[in-house]
Design a protein around this ligand. Structure first.
Ligand code: PRP
Ligand code: URA
Length: 209
């Protein structure tokens, strides 16, 4: 069974509270999402292995440390996952970025794939899938499934707000994928929106409603 890490850091919780408020406009919502993504990125990379490297400071030779041979890819689920990319890239500037386009059919709530463009060597990379909302879990499960079909073996899922239903689904379908979230909310409503949630993440990021 995969692990679920809930980030209870005060900075993340403070910023998330502002994002949830319906008074917060797109500009601030985007900025806060970027800031939280950077803070989450700091934790999500905590177990990356280090290796020694010989360097010379202006004073003397020494053995420093660097992250060992980790090839990374960030794969946002379009649209809303894009809002988490810049925060991660500010910490991981050499990561490659792939995109998987999915939208939820508003009646069935099932995800529909409309785009997929991934780094050519994606199967050799540790992949961080980003999507602010893990609701039914359909979109994340399908995106992870697409990555596994391409040979990816090391996948992490980074979301902002999750419903218990979505976490259960990802854990059932992809027990090898660890899930990182800022909050686990109460439940889904009849439209499969997270309660209390923050509304439609894509619309709030891009100002489309
Ligand atoms: C939202 C969200 C997730 C999905 C979560 O995307 O960004 O991708 O819903 O729901 P699920 O867990 O039930 O699949 P949406 O379909 O609204 O598309 P958008 O990002 O283009 O707005
Ligand atoms: N997608 C969103 O953007 N918000 C939800 O609460 C559920 C799915």
């Amino acid at each position: 069974m995969s692990k679920v890490v809930v980030f209870d850091h005060p900075l993340i919780q403070h910023k998330l509270g502002i994002m949830r408020s319906k008074e917060t406009g797109s500009k601030d919502f985007r900025q806060l999402l970027t800031e939280i993504s950077m803070l989450m990125g700091y934790e999500i990379t905590r177990d990356f292995p280090l290796e020694p490297i010989e360097i010379e400071t202006p004073i003397c030779k020494m053995t420093a440390r660097r992250i060992s041979g980790k090839k990374l890819a960030i794969v946002p689920i379009l649209r809303a996952g894009v809002g988490m990319v810049d925060g991660l890239l500010s910490l991981l500037p050499v990561a490659k970025v792939g995109h998987i386009g999915l939208y939820r059919n508003e009646e069935t709530h099932k995800p529909v794939v409309y785009f997929c463009k991934l780094p050519f060597d994606i199967q050799q990379r540790t992949v961080i899938v980003t999507d602010p909302m893990l609701a039914t879990g359909g979109s994340s499960c399908d995106a992870i499934g697409i990555l596994k079909e391409r040979g990816c073996e090391n996948i992490r899922l980074m979301c902002l707000v999750a419903a218990p239903e979505g976490i259960r689904k990802v854990q059932e379908m992809h027990p090898d994928v660890d899930i990182f979230v800022a909050a686990v909310d109460d439940h889904l409503n009849e439209d499969a929106y997270i309660v209390p949630g923050l509304g439609d993440a894509g619309d709030r990021i891009f100002g489309t409603k």
